[in-house]
Design a binder for this molecule. Structure first.
Ligand code: SIN
Length: 332
């Protein structure tokens, strides 16, 4: 009996001490940020900047761990991993959200935006901001847009006019709009993850692909593709996303400071992206490994004519109002 009393007394003492000292220290919140590109690209630099800002402003409370180059997840897996809580931040290309919403298809329509300034106007305007919330019902929330740049076509044959692409196989991102774009050229699209593109090109399993200057340079696609046509036919931008559950579960003060860090890192991304595209284009040109084909106005017009019918096919899912707003963003 006496022994039992002692045991109970010890239990009460431990419980009392626990109440006094509060819950066990959980340690900082860990944010895994997974992306597929190299560290020296705009998105890679954004991730590094975010990590640094969080280290300065949320020391001891939040830690950002960055996983570049598809080290943790490829873009075809990362969003389901996010919903399972295995990763907290990712910024897939806007073409890679089709499973979650068809509304972002607008960004894949060929020759829709005149330049990056028009894209920025659209993204920062009411429709662009509304699209950040397009996937909340599916558990994902958009925290902002990151620019990379306009897309170019790389190929193992010179592509001057749309007929040159006929029958050729091109890797595309997971997007039915991009598939339709290549089908409009009578070419064959192949959906494949970014991490497989270099090997597909090197082994000649495909003839070409479309990408931004920074991706063509940093992933060395130009070393295995003798021609790059400067088409500027579409945009390669990103949406930084997290899960609604993770975001809403953050303490209010942490979420506020984290959002400020994210906004600043995005400003940095969007400031460097244009210069990076020009710089990487120049390095590719200087390399002598590939020929950059610049189109005449008449040749470019042929690409526009061949690809623009794609708009009609997707207008229903995208919405006519959204499309009008995007077209209007071309006027400054
Ligand atoms: C990326 O820039 O994140 C990847 C683009 C691609 O899959 O081509």
């Amino acid at each position: 009996m006496e022994k039992m009393r002692k045991v109970l007394a010890v239990c009460f003492a431990v419980a009392f001490m626990t109440v006094l000292s509060g819950p066990a220290q959980a340690g900082p919140i860990v944010i895994k940020y997974s992306h597929v590109v190299a560290e020296n690209t705009p998105k890679g630099q954004m991730a590094t900047r975010l990590k640094e800002l969080v280290e300065q402003r949320l020391a001891g409370k939040v830690v950002v761990e960055v996983f570049p180059n598809s080290q943790l997840f490829d873009d075809d897996k990362v969003l389901s991993a996010m919903l399972l809580g295995d990763v907290q931040l990712a910024a897939p290309a806007l073409s890679k959200f089709e499973k979650f919403t068809k509304r972002l298809q607008i960004y894949d329509l060929p020759f829709l935006f005149r330049d990056m300034a028009a894209i920025d106007r659209f993204q920062q305007g009411p429709q662009g901001q509304e699209l950040l919330q397009a996937m909340t019902g599916k558990g994902l929330i958009g925290l902002g847009y990151l620019h990379n740049g306009l897309k170019q076509m790389t190929s193992n044959v010179p592509l001057r006019v749309p007929a040159d692409a006929k029958g050729r196989k091109f890797r595309i991102m997971q997007s039915d709009v991009l598939a339709a774009q290549f089908e409009a050229l009578d070419a064959v699209p192949l959906k494949a993850p970014f991490s497989e593109v270099f090997t597909l090109l090197q082994t000649k399993a495909i003839d070409g692909q479309e990408n931004s200057w920074s991706n063509i340079y940093s992933k060395k696609f130009f070393e295995v593709q003798p021609y790059i046509t400067e088409t500027n036919h579409g945009v390669l931008d990103y949406m930084l996303v997290t899960s609604v559950e993770f975001w809403n579960g953050l303490p209010d003060d942490v979420r506020t400071v984290l959002k400020e860090c994210i906004d600043e890192a995005i400003v940095h991304n969007n400031k460097v992206s244009e210069a990076k595209a020009a710089e990487d284009r120049a390095k590719i040109a200087e390399s002598g490994r590939t020929e950059i084909i610049e189109l005449t106005d008449a040749e470019r017009e042929q690409w526009v004519e061949a690809m623009k019918p794609v708009w009609k096919r997707f207008e229903g899912d995208i919405g006519a109002e959204m499309l009008d707003a995007a077209v209007a963003s071309n006027k400054n």
